[in-house]
Design a protein around this ligand. Sequence first.
Ligand SMILES: C[S@@+](CC[C@H](N)C(=O)[O-])C[C@H]1O[C@@H](n2cnc3c(N)ncnc32)[C@H](O)[C@@H]1O
Length: 266
Amino acid sequence: MTAEQDERAFHALTQKVSAARGLRCEAYKEKCLRRRLAVRMRARGVHTFEAYGRLLDEDTSEYDRLLDALTINVTKFWRNAGTWQALSDPYLRELWRARRGDVRAWSAGCASGEEPYTVAVALAEVARALGEEAVFATAEARIDATDVDRESLERTAAAQFPDSAFAEMPADLARRYFTAVAPRRPLPVLQRLVRVRRHSGCAATTSPASRLPSLRTTSSCAATWSSTSTGRCRSACSRRSPTRSCREGSCCSARSRRCSGRRASA
Ligand SMILES: C[S@@+](CC[C@H](N)C(=O)[O-])C[C@H]1O[C@@H](n2cnc3c(N)ncnc32)[C@H](O)[C@@H]1O
C-alpha cells in the first residue's frame, strides 16, 4: 500500500468513527490517533484501516472499545482552582440568587465525575455563603454529567474517589462534602444533583440540561451553566430526562429522578 492510500484509508476510518459516534477525531494529533487505533487493530487481529472499518460494521460493540482507547480522562476535583473561584464569585453567586437555586450545569466531558461534583460543591458553597443551606438541600439545581466514554460514565455513576483526586481541592471542602475514608463518596446532598448520561459533545448543539443553546466544554473548567425558566411538566410524570437531542441517548445511570412536577422549558 502506498503512503497516499494509507492516508486515504486512515481519513475514511476517522470520518466513519466521527459520523458514528460524534467524536471529533480531527481534534486529536494524527500520530496519537494512529497509535491508539493500532492498539485496537492489534487487539482484534486486523492489519489495515479498511479491515478495521469493516470490523466496526460487523461488530458495533467495537466502537465502545475504540472510544475507551481514544479518550483521555485526566481530571481532578477543583482542577485549575483559580477558574473555579472566579466562576463561583460573583457569577455563580448571582446566578444562584437570581434563580433561587434553580440552576442547570452541564459537564460535557465529565471523565470520572470529579468535574460535575466540583460544580455541586461550588453550588453548595455559594448557598452556604448566602445562609441558604436549607434551600440547597431541596433546590431544583441539576448537573448533567455526560461523556462519550463508557468507562468514564460508569465511574461517575459509582462516585467513589481515591484520595489523589482531591489533591487540588481545599481540604475543608473535601471534608465538608465527602466521606472521610477512601474511596471517598460525595454526600447525598450533592449526589442528588448529578445525573449521568452518555452523550457526545458533538452530537448536538444544545445542552442536554435544557434546550437552550449554551457553552460547553470537554476539558478543564468547566461545566456549562444555564438558567432556564421553569414550567409545568408536560406529561403527568415523565422522567426528567435531560436530553431529547442526544443522538446516542443510552442512559448510563439509574439516577434519573422522577419529575417533581416542574421541568425546564426552552
Ligand atoms: C481531559 S478529560 C477532562 C475532564 C473534565 N472535564 C475536567 O476538566 O476535569 C476530557 C473528557 O472529555 C471526554 N470527551 C472527549 N470527547 C468528547 C465528546 N466528543 N463528547 C463527550 N465527551 C468527550 C473524554 O472521554 C474525557 O473524559
